[in-house]
Design a protein around this ligand. Structure first.
Ligand code: NAD
Length: 399
């Protein structure tokens, strides 16, 4: 169980790019990183595309006025001149800016924590992975739901053979908040999501399903997709070529089959984020909006609902427990778990502790790259008339 005591010698000096006053995701980063007070200290930021607003915001959340910078380039340059300069930066800006900011941060000698989808292309991902390796730095990716400990319970039960051989994988991440185009015109955060120049080659495949795809890999690290078929639509026509709905069929190398539905036009749906794994002996099912519960079903037996924080759960699951039984946990705790693992990874990297890194389960640069490849494969299939395509883990030219 986690109680906030230090896991590393001292907190990292941390900065943010983006995540300012009007940002959707910025606060989630801060609740995650600052939860334990022993992993990160927020000391600087270029919080906003609007420099004045960013400075005012930074001061209001307690950052020294002189370390609220007008842009990330100035921040990296000026912080490099300080003895107590930043050591890690989180990038919480729209997708199209991730690559250039990430590259500049690594070149400035910083660890990086970056939003998903990581970059537009896997070539960019490979380049940044190589740069991070040369610089000896960690690149973490904020798949924010993936720190929920019940996902580790699923992983442990599958590994222990509790559901037998996996046959079917059912993934869903849908909501109805973009069922019409109202927000496309009024919300800055929605406008860029449907603009390919800023969002990249997809809308919901990148915005939503990269989370669920990573979580499925976390739960079933042994399962590799052999081929997939993606069918994507833009029900709000002005969003084309970016999709607001997509179905993906998957064939896995072990013979299992899968299906993913991602949508922002699932009208009336407030939070449809579900993972169901069906095996030859039993099934497991987890819903994000009931994240502390895991359904375990064995044919012919009463359904079991496993509840977080209970001693019957796997040690790997309870190790990431924060509040204990009787109290409600949620997304903030998931973010805190991920951020703590980013800190442990960066500390291990700084000490050349490869053993810790090998055993740490967290969304690293490879998870970010896998997310890019997931989008590339889906888009390739969809744009090829929704045909089956072999899943390319690595572009042939790069092998
Ligand atoms: P947003 O439009 O709500 O906010 C973007 C923020 O970045 C704003 O504060 C803006 O001023 C700032 N910004 C833009 N360009 C900047 C620059 N060059 N320098 C400094 N600041 C800059 O967007 P959002 O919804 O918060 O999404 C941001 C990123 O987070 C996206 O990549 C998105 O996919 C991701 N996201 C992830 C999750 C998650 O659960 N991990 C949730 C929401 C969004």
């Amino acid at each position: 169980m986690l109680n906030g005591e230090k896991k590393i010698a001292r907190p990292f000096r941390w900065a943010m790019v983006g995540g300012g006053r009007l940002s959707q995701v910025g606060y989630k980063h801060r609740t995650g990183a600052l939860r334990d007070n022993t992993a990160f200290k927020l000391v600087a930021g270029a919080f906003d595309i609007d420099a004045e607003r960013g400075k005012e915001f930074g001061v209001n959340i307690g950052v020294d006025e002189n370390r609220c910078y007008p842009d990330y380039k100035t921040m990296f340059a000026e912080e490099a001149n300080r003895e107590d300069g930043i050591e890690v930066v989180s990038i919480a800006t729209p997708n199209g800016t991730h690559y250039e900011i990430c590259k500049a941060a690594l070149e400035a000698g910083l660890h990086v924590i970056c939003e998903k989808p990581l970059f537009f292309t896997s070539e960019e991902g490979e380049e940044i992975k190589a740069l991070a390796a040369r610089k000896g730095k960690i690149v973490g990716v904020t798949y924010g739901f993936s720190g929920n400990q019940m996902l580790l319970q699923m992983r442990a039960m599958i590994e222990q053979g509790k559901i037998g051989d996996i046959r079917m994988v059912e993934l869903q991440y849908t909501h109805g908040f973009s069922a019409n185009d109202a927000a496309d015109k009024t919300s800055a955060a929605q406008k860029w999501r449907v603009d390919p120049k800023v969002a990249g080659p997809s809308f919901v495949l990148g915005d939503l399903s990269t989370h669920t795809y990573y979580m499925s890999q976390l739960i079933m690290p042994q399962m590799k997709i052999k081929k997939l078929l993606c069918d994507r639509q833009s029900f709000v026509g002005s969003r084309a070529p970016l999709e607001d709905n997509a179905y993906v069929l998957m064939h896995y190398e072990n013979g299992a089959v899968g299906r993913l539905w991602t949508s922002s036009v699932n009208t009336g749906c407030m939070d449809g984020h579900r993972i169901r794994i069906v095996g030859s002996k039993g099934s497991l099912e987890w819903w994000d909006n009931l994240g502390g519960e895991l359904k375990y079903e064995v044919q012919g037996e009463p359904t079991q609902t496993l509840i977080r924080a209970m001693p019957y759960l796997d040690d790997s699951c309870n190790a990431d427990e924060r509040l204990g039984a009787l109290h409600v946990e949620g997304l903030s705790d998931s973010w805190a778990n991920i951020y703590l693992k980013f800190a442990i990874a960066m500390d291990a990297k700084n000490r050349n502790d490869e053993e810790t890194l090998k055993n740490l389960v967290y969304p690293d640069i490879d998870a970010g790259l896998d997310g890019i490849r997931w989008i590339e494969n889906c888009v390739r299939s969809a744009d090829n008339g929704s045909t089956w395509v072999e899943f390319e883990y690595k572009k042939a030219a790069l092998v």
